[in-house]
Unconditional design. Structure first.
Length: 396
């Protein structure tokens, strides 16, 4: 049997071991959480984001312009030291505006690139394809370039929308048309989730006015074959044709209708890609109306953020300003505010909570109101109207 001295030595050693373990545990708890708690895509010096969008094909300008505005702002932030010393890296993959490719890209972002968040996806079908993947992985999906209800209802804690919804846009369009006495309205729409979302918005808005859609016609995504749609709608001679498609197909449709001496009006929602539409239409552009979900990019009269955007874009060597790049710029600006509020020990949960704290009472985005909350991730309902002038420039 061990002596009393041996037993005392044993208990003394045990007390020291336990005490040392407690100190180690406390010490580990005092280490920066970034090393122990940070999610994928966050290192001591970097935050990695992923963007899947059209960078080639008939809808390429949508992705190119949105990315340009976001990258200009992120590069500006990086040049000033980043956020808590971390620089933002925006990886991009081309999905050609095809849902199947967007799903593959999203899987690669999550499994191969270990991104912290997904940012600035372009399109309804592409965003819908990514939805189950980022939802399961619990990765924030920030500022998709779409106003579809599928990204708003049911509420998804991972999704944060900057732009107004298609319901907001189409109601604004219909109100304007009806108030000016134009009631014979037809719809030309893309035959996919985006086009159907916009069509549903028009139907909903017209129902409130107790008016029907006199006819509809479709075009396939990434197609310029508008011959059947033209033949169908020219026969009805509507006062107005609301277009829910991307700029290439909308331009093709307008040009063919003009050739047939159609004298009605063309109205578009913002997703069309305003500058790309005006550039593609050329001489056929004047008079075409487009709703917008961000302020006018060439005037700081109503939004100081436009002045900041102009300065930073010019510093980046980008002289061609437009609505899409401004939207990317604003989205990047709000995202950075979320990162700052989340603090140095960044996690996805902290980012989500930080973004939910942003509202018009405590954050000034430069005249563009953002309102998030724990139960509402739809930041803006801003809608404005613009028209392509005789010189090809926009007027509001």
């Amino acid at each position: 049997m061990p002596s009393d001295a041996v037993m005392q030595d044993f208990f003394s050693l045990r007390r020291k071991t336990v005490f040392s373990s407690i100190l180690l545990t406390i010490g580990a708890g005092c280490l920066p959480a970034a090393s122990a708690l940070a999610d994928s895509g966050v290192t001591e010096h970097k935050i990695i984001l992923g963007q899947s969008a059209a960078f080639s094909g008939p809808a390429a300008q949508l992705g190119i312009q949105l990315h340009a505005g976001a990258k200009a702002y992120f590069d500006y932030i990086n040049s000033t030291g980043g956020v808590f010393g971390r620089k933002i890296e925006l990886l991009r993959r081309d999905d050609k505006y095809e849902a199947e490719i967007a799903a593959v890209n999203t899987k690669a972002f999550i499994e191969n690139d270990d991104v912290f968040a997904l940012f600035g996806y372009v399109g309804t079908p592409t965003s819908n394809a990514a939805l189950p993947l980022f939802t399961q992985a619990k990765i924030p999906f920030f500022a998709p370039f779409t106003g579809a209800q599928s990204l708003r209802e049911p509420f998804n804690r991972q999704i944060f929308n900057i732009r107004a919804s298609y319901f907001d846009e189409t109601e604004h369009l219909v109100d304007r048309l009806v108030n000016t006495g134009l009631k014979n309205i037809a719809v030309f729409y893309q035959n996919d989730a985006y086009g159907k979302a916009g069509l549903a918005g028009v139907e909903r808005a017209l129902k409130k006015k107790e008016l029907p859609i006199i006819d509809t016609a479709t075009v396939e995504r990434n197609s310029l074959d508008v011959s059947k749609a033209v033949a169908k709608l020219i026969a009805k001679r509507p006062d107005v044709i609301i277009q829910i498609s991307a700029y290439s197909s909308c331009a093709a449709f307008i040009k063919e209708m003009r050739k047939l001496e159609y004298t009605g009006q063309f109205y578009n929602v913002s997703f069309v890609g305003s500058q790309a539409l005006a550039d593609t239409l050329g001489k056929d552009g004047p008079g075409v109306v487009i709703s917008q979900v961000v302020p006018f990019p060439w005037s700081i009269a109503n939004a100081m953020v436009v002045g900041e955007y102009t300065k930073i874009m010019n510093k980046a060597g980008i002289k061609d300003l437009n609505f899409s790049s401004l939207e990317g710029f604003i989205a990047a600006k709000v995202f950075v505010e979320g990162l700052r509020r989340a603090g140095q020990n960044l996690t996805r949960e902290k980012l989500i909570a930080a973004l939910e704290s942003i509202n018009v009472k405590n954050y000034d985005a430069g005249g563009f109101d953002i309102n998030f909350s724990p139960s509402n991730h739809n930041g803006s309902r801003y809608v404005d109207m613009t028209i392509i002038g005789k010189d090809g420039r926009f007027k509001n």
